[in-house]
Ligand binder design. Sequence first.
Ligand code: 9MG
Length: 355
Amino acid sequence: MAEGKLYLRPLGFLYGPPADAAIEDGLALPLAGGPIAFTSAVVIEGSPTNSHRRFISVEALEESRDADLGGVLERVTAKRPPFAGLALARPTLMGIVNVTPDSFSDGGLYDETEGAVAHAAELAADGAAIVDIGGESTRPGSDTVADDEELARVVPVLKELKGSPAVISIDTRKSAVARAAAKAGARILNDVSALTYDPACLDVAAEEGLDVVLMHAQGEPKTMQDNPAYDDVVLEVFDYLEARIAACEQAGIPRARIAADVGLGFGKTLAHNLALLANTSLFHGLGVPLLVGASRKRFIGGLGQAKEPNSREPGSHAAAIACAAQGAQMFRVHDVAGSRQALAVWRASVFGTEN
Ligand code: 9MG
């Protein structure tokens, strides 16, 4: 049997009144303090290169709670504080606004300030609680954009969005852009490099009081899909995100201002993406809200035989629902109206109520 670190993958989910009753009877525990309960789990012990798994009921888990397991359980079950002022009681949507000439999803339609601002307003009206403004494409194969160019793309859009009903997020890896965005009203820093590409982002986020989304990526956008490899993608991504949360806390960004994202498609094969999706619940062990970015990604195109990115919406909704069913709180999406509908119908169907 492998010895080492403990990870917990909650399973056996319940929704609505059965969840409350099972928690009351000691047969289930709340997932991330939210409205979903879990009745069993896989306990994983070891490391990405040598791990042992055992299946356990919540009843047995509670009885065998030792100090290490207790710490993981506490993080998995604790209620999350609001993120960027958002309660996250229901699936929360982050709408994507690419202010780039080569955006894969909108064909460059919204590369002008006016178009981007109109698109952001439309996404907010459709139900996006957050709009994510990005001036550098990080899709596979893309090149880095100079700071000046990125600033010129996003700052005018951010200025126009002051007073928007949606929380504004800046999608950048650069401290100069993050700083300018914060001054122009952004509240969230969404960094696909988890504040490693430009380590000064740690200080900027701390000083400007930005909430941060830490995303895992293996490699750089230009080459990340060449030959991604892991011993155990789920445990490695977990360990990485845990270390980045610790780095943020050390830099003065409190855990309450941090969300995590496994980074689907960022240095990952189809098998890696599917392992991460299936193990979404394990990432509640990070003790922070989870954001999922599956929308229109290539793996959906492959699975769903949908070559054109904008024909990947049904698959994108399915992936979001699979993660919402495991308690993920936020979803970065292109089609806000469609995602909202899909998640609302899923939620009403499993909870048995509209509210
Ligand atoms: C900017 N960006 C592109 N894909 C993303 C994803 O999956 N997650 C996050 N947080 N950002 C993304």
